[in-house]
Design a protein around this ligand. Structure first.
Ligand code: G6P
Length: 578
């Protein structure tokens, strides 16, 4: 499930802390939400829809310990009843869960046969009833005895009326504990914790924890263990919008820093890449596009073949190569990417993760991890994490090619800053009145076109497709018209002339063309309806700058259309199901 969970125990009103925490998790995508506290017995509130002003409705909920959840429906429709928390028959136990209980059908059947009343259609509810069956002991033991009955993945938080504290458990689903003075939190990621503390403990798979006002105790395979308390590098301000109308715009403007901070920190070639003769990249969504750009850059600079596979395909259709596998995932939690890396590991193929999230699940799977330094990204559409991925990949290509691609920190920073100054009023007007837009490019600008189109469709809901420019006449030509603009990236270099020829073919079909290219390119200027000049930067930085301009074009278009930019419909930031 692509859900978010949060728990709190301490001196404050738990419901209020939980609602704030759930709001911080909204970016993960959700369709319903809820919370339960240890007040007068278990007090709870859950609803389908947006959190909005839930604090008003939940104002009467007391208690200083509680658990909350944002749900993305997988088992049962998004409604009030299927929203978490789920309670047992007695109403004394409440559970929130992120993950999937694979054997829930059998469990439901046997629970019902034993007389339990199940109210929802969810897989999660079985957990509450199983804990109820083990309730002879304290909650910690009851949860411990329940876990072996569950097959699948979970991050669970549970509370029981009359008993202090929260019990937490994790298996293949992230869970992080926040340690403050006399108060403790638990959540799917650190964003709800930032307001309270920068000290966190990342639970390991198989860990069971008890959080109460007197502290945190963690158990693994029956024994009490000590997990390190780590410091979060992110300040509360970093996690907030900082004056911009949308997180996405704020994050687009943070890209010069995200790029140079990342370049600065990737100094050594990871061991598994030393002397490699070929590489495979696995990723999804924008991260996949970053992988494709890397392919063009690395094949040219390093003269090694780079294969880029969609992670969702790789696991089932693995190529017969033993080259190291790089998994790119900004969240570190994408189920397909993590599963692809796991399959590579099963075949003893060395693995490297590139991620933005410290301690995320992918870091526990891969042999080595390289972090990008984009900071928290709240908007569902990936922007600064994508640019930071490119920063890591350019650095890796440079290190693999004896530094032939070395760029100064300043160069990347400057190219992005310049791209951010682009005026694109006319292009926005053209795009916002279109129903279909094609994006084309060649070489690394082909994946740039894919990424530009992805951004546009994600946030503006305009149908946008990226194409390798040479392919546009093999099909899409049938769709070109006066109302269907084409966005063409045409930079100086070996494919310039063929791109010009492609653009002319489109013009001949009355298609309006928005070109991204050199401001000094007279030929391009003469044939394009609109020419958006790219910054004058090193060739390896051109795809970075072009992507930034296309992100802004998508953002401005979506804004002109009044879309819910940070939370596009039906999308989630972190896709933790295959
Ligand atoms: C989701 C997000 C995309 C992201 C993709 C892969 O679909 O909405 O923005 O590109 O997942 O995410 P990852 O965390 O693996 O990079």
């Amino acid at each position: 499930m692509m859900c978010g969970i949060v728990g709190y125990t301490g001196p404050r009103n738990a419901a209020r802390v939980l609602i704030e925490g759930l709001k911080q998790l909204e970016y993960r995508g959700y369709d319903s939400f809820g919370l339960a506290t240890l007040g007068n017995g278990i007090e709870w509130y859950k609803r389908a829809g947006r959190i909005g002003e839930a604090e008003k409705d939940a104002a009467g909920i007391g208690g200083k310990t509680g658990i909350g959840h944002t749900r993305w429906a997988t088992h049962g429709i998004p409604d009030d009843c299927n929203a978490h928390p789920h309670l047992d028959c007695t109403g004394r136990i409440a559970v929130v869960h992120n993950g999937i209980i694979e054997n829930y059908t059998e469990l439901r059947r046997s629970l019902k046969a034993r007389g339990h009343i199940l109210r929802s259609e969810t897989d999660t509810e079985v957990i509450a009833h199983l804990i109820e069956e083990h309730s002879g002991s304290n909650l910690l033991d009851a949860v411990r005895d329940t876990l072996p009955e569950l097959t699948g993945s979970y991050a669970i938080l549970a509370i029981r009326s009359g008993e202090e504290g929260i019990v937490a458990a994790r298996k293949n689903s992230p869970l992080v504990i926040g340690v403050a003075d006399g108060e403790y939190l638990a959540a799917s990621d650190s964003t709800p914790l930032i307001d309270y503390t920068s000290r966190v403990i990342y639970l390991e798979d198989g860990d069971l924890a008890h959080l109460s006002a007197s502290g945190v105790r963690i158990f693994h395979e029956g024994a009490e263990v000590v997990r390190p308390v780590e410091r979060l590098g992110w300040s509360p301000e970093e996690a907030r919008r900082g004056g911009f109308p949308h997180f996405m715009l704020k994050e687009i403007y943070e890209q010069p820093g995200a790029f140079s901070d990342t370049v600065r920190t990737v100094c050594d070639l990871p061991e598994i890449l030393l002397g490699c003769r070929g590489l495979t990249v696995v990723a999804c969504g924008s991260s996949y596009h970053a992988g494709l750009i890397f392919k063009y850059i690395a094949e040219e600079a390093c003269q090694i073949p780079v294969r880029v596979d969609l992670a969702s395909e790789y696991k089932y259709f693995m190529a017969p190569t033993r080259d190291p596998v790089i998994g790119i995932t900004q969240s570190g939690e994408t189920a397909d990417t993590n599963a692809a890396l796991q399959s590579a590991k099963v075949h003893n193929i060395p693995t490297l993760a590139i991620t933005n999230v410290l301690g995320s699940s992918v870091t526990r799977i891969a042999d080595e991890t390289v972090y990008m330094r984009a900071g928290p990204e709240m908007s569902v559409a990936a922007t600064k994490s994508f640019i930071a991925e490119l920063a890591v990949l350019i650095r890796l290509a440079s290190l693999l090619s004896d530094r032939s691609l070395d760029i100064t920190l300043d160069q990347g920073h400057r190219a992005i800053e310049e791209a951010l100054l682009t005026d694109m009023g006319e292009a926005v007007q053209m795009c916002s009145s279109a129903s279909h837009i094609f994006y084309v490019g060649r070489g690394p600008f082909y994946p740039v076109a894919l990424e530009g189109a992805l951004k546009m469709k994600e946030i503006s809901y305009i149908h946008a497709e990226g194409y390798a420019a040479g392919e546009i006449k093999h099909g899409p030509f049938a769709l070109l018209s006066r109302e269907t603009p084409v966005i063409a990236v045409c930079t100086p270099g070996s494919t310039h002339d063929v791109m010009i020829a492609n653009i002319k073919e489109m013009e001949a079909r009355s298609t309006p063309v928005i070109a991204l290219g050199s401001g000094a390119d007279r030929e391009l200027d003469a044939i394009a309806d609109i020419l958006i000049p790219l910054p004058d930067a090193a060739p390896v930085l051109q795809p970075v700058a072009a992507t930034v301009i296309l992100q802004l074009l998508a953002y401005r278009t979506a804004d002109a259309l009044g879309r819910d930019i940070d939370k596009p419909r039906n999308l989630a930031k972190s896709v933790t199901v295959e």
